[in-house]
Design a protein around this ligand. Sequence first.
Ligand SMILES: [Zn+2]
Length: 369
Amino acid sequence: MRIIYSDKHLRHDPSALIVKDNPLEFSELPARAEIIRAAVESAGLGPIVPPTDHGLDPILAVHDAGFVNYLQTAYARLSDCFKEPTPVFADTFATRLSIPRAPKGILAQIGYYAFGIGSPIMEGTWDAAYWSAQCALSAADAISPLPLGEGPGARAAYALCRPPGHHAARDLYGGFCYLNNAAIAAHYLQHSPPHFGEPRERGASHGSGERLKVAILDFDYHHGNGTQSIFYSDPNVLFCSIHADPNDEYPYYWGFADERGEGAGLGFNRNFPLQPGTEDAAYLDTLAEALNVIRDFDPRYLVVSAGFDIFTGDPVGGFNVTTEGIAKIGEAIAGLNLPTVIVQEGGYLQEALGKNAVAFLSAFEEEHH
Ligand SMILES: [Zn+2]
């Protein structure tokens, strides 16, 4: 399976921001991606290749332009403002119901675009987030039909994304996320050439303007609120998420079972909240339910938001899913037999990340045809 990895993620390193006795801990650290890369390499999975640059267009197809400009410039602007290098954190959050327009000043923008304090912006953060999105886009390329005469694309590819993305919405970021890698890949796949043999051409629209059906399955411990919101009214993208009950767990305000989409997208958003402490058997039963929803939708492509924070003992998670359980999840998802982009989301127990990623990817690859 082709694995897309960029060392640009190293530029985003919040470990320097850890303050003793500060209740906020940054578990989303560079070691995460390095551990996974080393593990998949020694397991013989791969090839591991760098992403190609698709530019800003596919990112701007999913995210607000003012928001993207903010992410790009926030660090430099705030450092200018304080006349010294300054990591970007909000101290005041906008309550948007009463705000008639997006603010222009950097101090106002931080609390407008951030919905939490878990996503600091440092000097290299934009670069890391941009290339994380490019990893997802390159994985999408790998599974699409190739230009005329070059045959069909691969059946699956893994984007080793860091920072993760599923908490980032069109113009909001938080929860260690900045750009929504899975959503960017899904939107890109929606506009990929509909039939094998047609030249590869993407962007605003192609030919008929037809949008392909894409399903996104998010099995991170936390609800993918950003992904949900981006496609909430889109009937061509089915979003299914299995996660901890938001009554008890981050992101708290989204992820309830009755959030089913809106307008034309009503019925194409499905949440499966589970209790903290959930073990393999109950988890796999719920997964089977979600997979049936995806089968009924009959998508052209599948995007998987993979979060290994479902593993027992994860410092940010609270399920009791084992490594064997994670392998069975990979096997079950592969059973859909769809061209699949796997996008890395969470997973913070560093000593288990490598074996869980390898267990998932190997089981997926073995079962996927
Ligand atoms: Zn998570």
